[in-house]
Design a binder for this molecule. Sequence first.
Ligand code: GLP
Length: 298
Amino acid sequence: MLIEHTLLPTRLEHVPLAVFAHRQVASCAVAAEVAGLIRARQRQGRTVVLGLATGSTPVSLYAELVRLHREERLSFANVITFNLDEYRGLSADHPRSYGRFMRRHLFDLIDLPETRIHLLDGAVPDAAVDAHCREYEQKIRAAGGIDFQILGIGRNGHIGFNEPGSARASRTRLVALDPLTRQDAAGDFGGEERTPRCAITMGIGTILEARRIVLMAWGWRKAGPVRAAVEGEVTTQAPASFLQDHDQVQFVLDHDAASALTRYRLPWLLGARACQGRTWDQRPIRRVAAPASEIHRP
Ligand code: GLP
């Protein structure tokens, strides 16, 4: 169920949002947009360039795209993909690499031509990293630029692996990972000690050049960074806040990821329209006394 799909309280919100009750439904809505774009380009005999993200967030999106391929004959034959990032030290076939993640959740399950898949190589030798990054940017340009970029958001507000402090103009490059990012990834690597310290990521400048950007976020753990990106100032301390500068961006959220936004925490600040259809026993209102950092699942 779509709860709200509006620009309603725009005084405080600097990006358009779609808020859904459940991540599955939200993912289906994003998949429908992606599928519509792919099919429209097929009718024109053109390719379409997708920028893809990893992490748990897009898993339900990829599952829906696979379902559309299997059950509704969505072909990916005209699709070109570029992934956002990769851990430093991991080749594309390392079991924990984002390359393997993509094959498991999407590439091996659809008819995307192998030659159209572009992944960053985390295992490229030190001396070749800069050239590898420049070449990746060059390949994006040669493909005509990214038409549709999927993003998740880290708990520190990162996009790709652009950690707090990343510049707006940053391009594809080698970066050091924030301690919080490594902590969040530690489960996948069997402990923080074994978690990579660096990664290669598309830059914020690279991401902002995409023609359309959809950032997805699920769960209360993302409520704080989502609020900072949507309602806060544009700052290097919240890299996702740079998306406010993009005119075709949308945040697609589930209810919990949206729960720290003023429209749910303090709806009366936004005037009568924001309170319409809500009653005092609904969750957003009950949460009003809790600071964003203390919002927990009921
Ligand atoms: C990693 C990825 C990001 C992703 C983030 C959130 O750091 N580099 O692209 O958005 O994790 O991950 P999750 O979706 O698992 O919360």
